[in-house]
Write a protein that binds this ligand. Structure first.
Ligand code: PMP
Length: 349
């Protein structure tokens, strides 16, 4: 009789919120719908696809367009079916049997899920609950002592919305011998990207995604690393991992740099407004314990009774993420933010 390996028995599938919510502020997507002119360009490009053929295995044009947008060398870029695919691939590739992966907590939940699937042991550095900031030197010592061969973390961090500075990142990379995977999924909403340093370090892989800036639906992410690491990523990914429709849509997306930048500005403005308004509400409501400053496209809110507030919001058709004593709330449109704030005010009466 077939016996499932023990490490697979306890796996729980990633559980995004599903259901009919009128306001979706749970998944850190962009609230900006794709405009008609962009839809038409994408539709025209998709119409031209040779559907009976495999897509370009190297994603040549897509990597060029991505690299041009970020002013980097396309030779350093690997495209993936969302950065999620690349995270799994990296963990499976760069860690040998028994080798440890270091991560911080709280951080993006998929890091530990992929480690568990791969049977990779983890060493977890706990952030200080009071500030939730990354203690650079503490992390460096921890990783060294743990003997981990790979460190992965998001910067800015999902879910805390905090960030490490460029100097901190450089110090971490230069102090460690292990591979450092810095996930810049939310860096578009902040400053201090180290994308331009990817070529310089032999122990750095950076991750980027289209999901937070307006293209979550096409599933497109990128790894950026020096040529030696990129060669490995190109060798281990499956041959046609980015489908033809995604490649076509991604090429059009990255051809419109001004549009992307305007989306990012609108998302940042919404986030700032949401932060401000939640902080103002916090002045009146003792249940709001802290509104963390945000460097991402969401706000991390420390609350008493977070669970009941979360459930109450859900009943009103408003989806946010519950994370222990915190709510993670994606910046929405003006209307969505208003609906959220009105509902919160009512709940906390
Ligand atoms: N990294 C981080 C830090 C994220 O928050 C997310 C999305 N929740 C991802 C990666 C995954 O992005 P993608 O949609 O490109 O798979």
């Amino acid at each position: 009789m077939y016996e499932l390996p023990k490490r697979l028995k306890s796996l729980i599938p990633y559980q995004p919120i599903t259901g009919a919510y009128s306001v979706r502020l749970d998944a850190n997507e962009s609230f900006l719908d794709t405009p008609d002119w962009l839809r038409e360009e994408i539709a025209a490009a998709i119409k031209k696809i040779a559907f009976h053929r495999y897509p370009d295995p190297l994603c040549t044009e897509l990597r060029e367009k991505f690299a041009a947008f970020f002013h980097i060398d396309p030779q350093l870029v690997t495209a993936g079916n969302g950065s999620d695919e690349l995270i799994g691939l990296i963990i499976n590739t760069f860690l040998g049997p028994g080798e440890k992966m270091a991560m911080v907590r709280p951080d993006f939940s998929m890091y530990s899920i992929y480690a568990e699937i791969a049977g990779v042991p983890t060493a977890v550095y706990e952030k200080e609950p009071d500030s939730l900031e990354l203690d650079r030197d503490g992390l460096i010592s921890f990783v060294k002592e743990s003997g981990a061969k790979l460190l992965i973390f998001s910067n800015p961090c999902n879910p805390t919305s905090q960030k490490a500075t460029m100097e901190d990142m450089i110090q971490i990379i230069e102090s460690l011998d292990c591979l450092v995977v810095a996930d810049e999924a939310y860096m578009d909403f902040s400053e201090g990207s180290i994308l331009h340093l990817a070529q310089k370090y032999d122990n750095l892989i950076l991750l980027k995604t289209c999901s937070k800036i307006g293209m979550a639906g096409i599933r497109l992410g990128f790894a950026v690393a020096n040529p030696a690491l990129t060669r490995v990523l190109q060798a281990v990914r499956s041959p046609y991992n980015v489908n033809a429709m995604t490649q076509a849509a991604g090429c059009i997306w990255f051809s419109h740099g001004d549009y992307i930048r305007s989306c990012v500005e609108q998302i940042k403005a919404s986030r700032n407004a949401l932060c401000r308004e939640l902080a103002a509400l916090g002045e009146q409501k003792k249940e709001i314990l802290q509104v963390l400053p945000s460097y991402a496209n969401f706000v991390f809110l420390h609350m008493s009774h977070a669970k009941s507030v979360f459930e109450n919001l859900a009943q009103q058709g408003i989806a946010v993420r519950l994370m222990g004593e915190y709510l993670r709330i994606t910046a929405g449109s003006e209307m969505e933010n208003k609906q959220l704030l009105t509902a919160l005010e009512e709940i906390l009466k």
